[in-house]
Design a protein. Structure first.
Length: 547
């Protein structure tokens, strides 16, 4: 008898929403202070598509979105897609130089923006600073300030007026012309490196993948309520939302993340699946003073990306919800691998799961790209329907990480066992060379996270005259705990090789972030600048008092 398989289902982003609206009148998108049903979402995105068409947006043109996580963001993404235009969600953490570069590089013609909550980034003000240079964005025609009126922009009323004379039939015609392999998103990914790259993602990549994840891993149905705190400019904010549209269930977003608000929302909305993904977010819930009193009995599944030690801790803190783990990338339209609730406890705690249906993995030698045997650590490569098409305007970069057979070479170190389960081993370039010895940053981080006072650890290279570079660790302590440099060094000494022991330990209260990833290059620059300012060229010897 043939084994069960997941049937291929693919459509466009716009049709996905309209089809859901024809089948459900339930909640589509929920924020702490906003919500919209599926029929309302279909109608709102059609109106916004008319507004954009009235501003002259045509199929294939780029429309930028720079605003806080809110209902307008979700409506904008779908409306842009209905025209066959390409949405460019802009990282809300970008500063003026990064913003200037992305607006110009992406060829954005219309930009939708709004100010964030009080004490957060004022995006229209930042844009005004960027656009004061008339040559900064040569193709940009219109900036829409949806939250007010600012110089050089049109307001919400003018945006809505632009679509009044546009027939709905014009939008319908453009929507019918969109092909599933047409670009839907241009997403800039910084990760842990300094230079953002623009990933071109098709309708098929994001919509088909969203449905695939919903069915094959999360078993989403109309009764589910799926909580996601990740930014809507991030692939982990967008594709889970499309997963909910595929399943006709509610996408519940925390908005501007605040642990108090988020915990109350999880409880009030009776969320069944949580997708915090990153421990920097979920620990805010697990360590919350009100967690024990909160009613989270509806929660059946939680997806995080963390070390085995941290996953075990998370599962113990919330034993009634199954903890699953994943490897993901923007280049793969989010999740590449995922464990499932049917996997054993050991598998869920110690691997990142198997590839989603329709995606192939292999581990190769980083130099020769020859495939390596099962269980061997090498560079992770993948191919499949959800792979990005190319890096925008970067043909040489695209060619350097892809091949004629469709494989993408990720730059990540991993191993895949005989059953297809993935284990992550760090970035290929996230290696330190300490006096000629290779040191894996993730290996040292995993060990240090075993210290009872440590919540998060990030290891980077610090310059050193004697060894070339030495490990430095930045640590976020557990609530109420103190991190003492001597204790961390002594914790490592005698347990891991001397060349792996951090020579500098620094406390962090707020991480430099690229959306959801910690920017290690910022940490490297920080420790290098600190040592240079202090005139330190040689790290402390392990035989002497640390620090």
């Amino acid at each position: 008898m043939a084994s069960a398989r997941t049937w291929i289902e693919v459509t466009t982003v716009g049709d996905l929403v309209d089809r859901a609206a024809a089948a459900s009148d339930g909640d589509a998108v929920v924020f702490p202070r906003e919500r919209i049903t599926y029929p309302q979402l279909a109608a709102a995105t059609e109106r916004w598509a008319r507004n954009l068409l009235g501003l002259g947006v045509r199929a294939g043109e780029k429309v930028g979105i720079l605003m806080p996580n809110c209902l307008d963001f979700a409506v904008a993404l779908v409306a842009i897609a209905k025209l066959g235009a390409v949405a460019v969600p802009i990282n809300g953490r970008y500063k003026t130089s990064e913003l200037r570069g992305v607006i110009a590089h992406a060829d954005i013609v219309v930009l939708l923006t709004a100010a964030g909550p009080v004490a957060s980034t004022d995006y229209p003000a930042m844009l005004a600073e960027v656009l004061a240079d008339g040559d900064a964005a040569p193709l940009l025609r219109t900036v829409v300030d949806l939250g007010g009126t600012s110089p050089g922009t049109i307001d919400r009323a003018a945006f809505e007026a632009a679509g009044e004379a546009v027939p709905a039939a014009d939008v319908a015609l453009l929507q019918e012309r969109v092909r599933v392999r047409d670009p839907a998103l241009l997403m800039y990914t910084s990760g842990t490196t300094a230079l953002p790259k623009g990933c071109v993602l098709s309708h098929e990549a994001v919509v088909r993948h969203a449905g695939n994840v919903a069915r094959s891993r999360f078993s989403l149905g109309p009764e589910d309520r799926y909580w996601d705190p990740l930014p809507l400019f991030h692939i982990g904010g967008i594709v889970p939302m499309l997963s909910c549209f595929s399943a006709r269930c509610a996408y519940v977003h925390s908005g501007h993340f605040d642990a108090d608000v988020a915990l109350a929302q999880l409880e009030r909305e009776r969320c069944t699946v949580a997708y915090p993904a990153f421990e920097t977010i979920w620990l805010g819930i697990l360590n919350h003073a009100r967690l024990a009193a909160a009613d989270l009995s509806a929660l059946r599944l939680v997806q995080n990306i963390a070390t085995p030690e941290r996953l075990i801790y998370m599962q113990e803190k919330m034993p009634d919800a199954v903890e699953v783990c994943s490897y993901g990338a923007t280049e793969c339209s989010s999740n590449l691998t995922l464990t499932g609730p049917e996997d054993s406890y050991e598998t869920r705690m110690h691997t990142l799961g198997r590839a989603l249906p329709g995606i192939e993995l292999k581990i190769v030698d980083p130099e020769s790209r020859a495939e390596l045997p099962a269980g061997t650590v090498g560079e992770l490569a993948f191919r499949g329907y959800s792979r990005f098409d190319r890096y925008y305007k970067e043909p040489e970069l695209t060619a350097s990480v892809t091949d004629a057979e469709g494989w993408f070479y990720s730059g990540d170190l991993a191993a895949v066992d005989a059953d297809g389960y993935l284990t992550y081993a760090g970035r290929l370039k996230d290696m330190l060379k300490v006096g000629g010895e290779n040191v894996s940053a993730i290996e040292v981080e995993d060990f240090i996270c075993g210290h009872p006072a440590v919540d998060i650890a990030q290891v980077v290279a610090a310059p050193d005259a004697r060894y070339g570079e030495v490990p430095a660790v930045f640590i976020q302590p557990k609530p109420g705990a103190a991190v003492v440099e001597r204790e961390i060094v002594e914790f490592c000494r005698g347990q891991i090789a001397g060349f792996k022991v951090p020579r500098y330990v620094r406390r962090v209260d707020e991480w430099p972030m690229s959306g959801t990833k910690i920017q290690k290059f910022v940490l490297r620059e920080r420790i290098a600048a600190e040592l240079a300012a202090a005139g330190i060229t040689d790290a402390p010897r392990l035989s002497s008092t640390p620090g």
